[in-house]
Design a protein around this ligand. Structure first.
Ligand SMILES: *Cc1c(COP(=O)(O)O)cnc(C)c1O
Length: 227
């Protein structure tokens, strides 16, 4: 099947047609990205700064680049000018660095806070308590160069659908509770990034507004990646 066919198949299986599809193109060659672009995709997800850096100038200007992986603080400056949304903000220190780089270039950088919802130890992210504690201290003025657009989470890598659903449900419920707080830093929060190739249908049923799909579009990756 071609990338175009895969995309049609994925989209036709969406239970929420308004959910944004981020095509995760990590490890894939430019020709694959171009094929997806020609099929109408504008949102692309990458998880390595170096790879984003070489792909970005090779693709049309209207591509929206999503940084979905773990981001090191010393690399924020490279993507700060053009990144459309940083999904993996998993610590206050990283958020501070993004805010600093945004201020330097006069840009309010859109981010999602990554929540740790999986049973695995290895997945990065905030706990609910950490986010609550952060919000108690944080003011709009001190974070003038970031825009918190919402939350991101990755469910446990398991065949147990009930567990995956439970984790997404929990994330959605925390998302709703944050929205109802009306914290000034969260006034632009409307995105919930959850769901990948193996679990995007469950994620949509549980309220996802953005799914990050790689292998169901581009096929299996040529080599394994960290996250
Ligand atoms: C690789 C990756 C995806 C896409 O995974 P697939 O299973 O290929 O759809 C989604 N989110 C993150 C954070 C990733 O690193």
């Amino acid at each position: 099947m071609s990338i175009k066919d895969n995309l049609e198949k994925v989209k036709s299986s969406f239970s929420n047609p308004d959910c944004t599809l981020v095509a995760v193109s990590k490890t894939k060659p430019l020709e694959d990205l171009k094929e997806a672009y020609e099929s109408g995709i504008r949102d692309f997800g990458e998880n390595k700064v170096q790879e984003l850096q070489w792909k970005q100038p090779e693709m049309p200007e209207d591509v929206k680049w999503h940084m979905i992986g773990h981001l090191q603080r010393n690399k924020v400056k490279y993507i700060a000018p053009y990144v459309y949304l940083i999904h993996g903000v998993d610590s206050v220190r990283l958020l501070n660095e993004i805010n600093k780089q945004g201020a330097k270039i006069g840009r309010k950088i859109p981010v999602l806070l990554q929540m740790h919802i999986a049973a695995e130890e290895t997945k990065f992210g905030f706990s609910e308590e950490e986010v609550e504690a952060f919000l108690q201290e944080a003011t709009e003025e001190s974070y003038a160069s970031v825009e918190i657009k919402g939350l991101m989470g990755m469910a446990t890598n398991t065949d147990d659908q009930a567990q995956v659903r439970k984790e997404f449900k929990g994330l959605k419920s925390f998302f709703d509770s944050l929205q109802s707080k009306k914290h000034p830093l969260l006034s632009t929060m409307n995105e919930l990034s959850m769901g990948m190739s193996g679990d995007y249908q469950i994620a949509q049923e549980e309220g996802s507004t953005m799914v990050r799909i790689g292998s169901s579009i581009f096929g299996a990756r040529n080599y394994p990646t960290q996250n």
